[in-house]
Design a protein around this ligand. Structure first.
Ligand code: GTP
Ligand code: SPV
Ligand code: MN
Length: 588
């Protein structure tokens, strides 16, 4: 008798009419075959899906150019289809599930004609982890099939798991005709289903990532008492060899990957990488918060990545151990056949074509690499990958960092008074938008816990859920807010960032261990000047003052904006958060 999975695949094939159906086993040999198809047969506009790069500099690497309208997440085309609008909340686009399905069914009719339907069984999380989830994605493009192998644990073993339980998350994906008018990324949380059509780009198409591991998983977390968060997970080893695990949320393109594999500027410190984008957080039997990274690879921002900013990522990209590594929408040095992007070490090469394949030189005034150009690479290639990466139980979290990109107002770091105050602080965080999604860049918006585009239900309920989790933790992590992006009057960053961020982590760890005091301000505790390690770094005194300045007079607009944001959630907004808000407003 056909299994639920087989029936589903058959049904989707009847609708989409692919030439072939291919069940992936996740093997190296298979990946090579699929890449071969993208090198020769499939085309996007006038370009093959894959272009082989110089194997000397970046072994096993390929360049992929996406459709020029398809270069980032499409938040305006992303829907969460709960049965009622209130459950989706003002933070999500919503359509009644039946209407959404009708629309998608029409768009999907015959959409795989002439193409292959790849069936990808995969795990989010280590197969032996009690927190892992089994999934199956269908896709009609080699780029997505191969990227899923890098980003997740693809393998036939998953089918065995599924057979026993019939419990898995379904992802249907087709690039359709790439047209924006026929592009939708729709989520059906009550059916464990994601249906995405019209885009081949990362977060719209690699459905294990934001679609499942955040939007659907956050909803599962609400029902099952855990949290799915847009957070990195790191182990910070101090000179005595003690490792402290930290989770940190920052919006897209705001520094997570860089922080996750930092090369610390302070001697004796080491950062171990557990995850760079997503954390699933569970309450352990010991009353602590335990984190796993459900992913198996990095889908990182290329622009700005160099031996100076993120040497461990450059090393990861050059390792060539796991097949393949993919660059998406970077420029190409036509002399050397190497990928190139703004911020990479060395001179600007003289013979470049831009991310669309057009001849390029700096005088054009455009960017050669798309600002959201990315690489897809296995986490196993990372020289700082934590020995705990595959630990089924995850790692115990001692601190949560919540960040944003703020050119002014927000100090480098401050500590919340307690969990409830931390939820209020995180809930009110704002960040300036980046090129990771299709919208105007540099616009300030509220982005609570960096989850605004990823929370799969009403954020009022989400804040309540955070409060409840806090109550159930015997040892809740301390909550800190961070901002690497404050600038001076001329737009220069006040803080050098990257490897120097270890100084902030050191302060945080000392606070966790009650080793040092701090200055109390209305927004939380900020470092006493003497407690931030500044040995070996030269920061003008006035910059330091500015970095930690909490001028409460300047918070007027911010408070109004936070209030307006919270008010959208009406009765679903927890009283406790309003209480914190009121306290804060009165202090002001
Ligand atoms: P997503 O993959 O979209 O989730 O992004 P991310 O949060 O992982 O951001 P990432 O670490 O890739 O950094 C995004 C951009 O911010 C890059 O261009 C980095 O060079 C820059 N960046 C990262 N960390 C710092 C920092 O400490 N200071 C400054 N000034 N820039 C940073
Ligand atoms: C982000 O935008 O947060 C990313 C890239 O990490 S994507 O996979 O598109 O979500
Ligand atoms: Mn990242």
């Amino acid at each position: 008798m056909a299994t639920f999975l087989e029936k589903w695949v058959e049904e989707q094939a009847r609708l989409t009419k692919p030439d072939k159906i291919y069940w992936c086993d996740g093997s190296d040999e298979e990946a090579r075959k699929i890449v071969e198809i993208g090198l020769t047969r499939e085309r996007i506009e006038d370009y093959n899906v894959f272009h082989k790069l110089s194997q000397k500099t970046f072994p096993s690497s390929y360049l992929h150019r996406s459709h020029p309208t398809d270069v980032a997440r499409a938040e305006h085309l992303t829907y969460v289809c709960h049965s009622d609008k209130k459950t989706a909340g003002p933070n999500n686009n919503w359509m009644p599930p039946a209407q959404a399905k009708e629309k998608l069914t029409k768009l999907s009719d015959g959409c795989m004609r002439g193409r292959t339907m790849y069936v990808l069984p995969y795990m989010m999380g280590h197969p032996e982890s009690p927190y892992a989830k089994a999934c199956v994605q269908l896709t009609d493009v080699s780029y997505v099939a191969v990227s899923m192998r890098i980003m997740t644990r693809v393998g036939k073993g998953v089918i065995q798991k599924i057979k026993k339980t019939d419990n898995f998350v379904r992802g249907f994906h087709s690039v359709g005709d790439f047209h924006q008018d026929r592009r939708f990324i729709m989520h059906f949380p009550d059916e464990n289903l994601v249906w995405s059509i019209g885009s081949g780009y990362g977060g719209n198409a690699l459905l294990g990532k934001k679609c499942f591991s955040l939007r659907i998983a956050s909803w599962l977390g609400l029902k099952e008492n855990w949290l799915a968060e847009h957070m990195i997970i790191i182990g910070v080893e101090d000179p005595q060899g003690k490792i402290t695990y930290i989770a940190a949320a920052m919006p897209s393109a705001c520094g997570k990957t860089n922080l996750a594999m930092m090369e610390p500027a302070l001697p004796g410190y080491k950062v171990w990488t557990v995850g760079d984008d997503i954390a699933w957080l569970n309450i352990g039997p010991d009353g602590r918060l335990w984190a796993i990274n459900p992913e198996n690879g990095f889908f990182g921002v290329a622009s700005g990545t160099s031996m100076k900013t993120n040497p461990n990522m450059i090393r990861t990209l050059k390792a060539g151990k796991f097949y393949p590594t993919i660059f998406t929408n970077t420029a190409l040095n036509t002399d050397t056949n190497d990928p190139w992007w703004e911020g990479l070490d060395g001179e600007i090469p003289s013979n470049l074509v831009d991310w669309r394949g057009r001849e390029w030189n700096p005088s054009l005034g455009t960017k050669a690499a798309h600002p959201n150009s990315r690489f897809t690479v296995a986490i196993s290639q990372c020289p700082t990958v934590s020995p705990e990466f595959n630990n089924p139980d995850g790692v115990p979290i001692s601190a949560i960092l919540l960040g944003g990109r703020r050119t002014n107002l927000i100090p480098l770091v401050y500590e919340s008074f307690n969990w409830q105050h931390g939820v209020f602080t995180g809930g009110g965080i704002g960040s300036e938008t980046t090129a990771a999604a299709i919208h105007k860049v540099g616009v300030l918006r509220r982005d609570p816990m960096a989850m605004l585009p990823f929370c799969g239900y009403n954020m009022g309920d989400y804040f309540r859920h955070w409060l409840n989790i806090g109550k159930r933790l015997a040892h809740p992590p301390k909550i800190f807010a961070v901002n690497w992006f404050r600038t001076d009057g001329e737009g220069n960053f006040l803080w050098p960032g990257f490897g120097e961020n270890i100084r902030v982590l050191k302060w945080i760890i000392e606070r966790i261990n009650n080793k040092i005091g701090a200055k109390e301000t209305p927004i939380g505790f900020v470092p006493n000047p003497k407690d931030l390690e500044l040995d070996g770094i030269n920061i003008p005194q006035e910059n330091l003052e500015k970095l930690f300045e909490v001028n409460i007079e300047d918070w007027g607009e911010e408070i109004k904006d936070i209030q307006k944001f919270f008010e959208q959630f009406g009765k679903r907004m927890p009283e406790e958060i309003w209480k914190e808000f009121k306290n804060f407003k009165e202090l002001k």
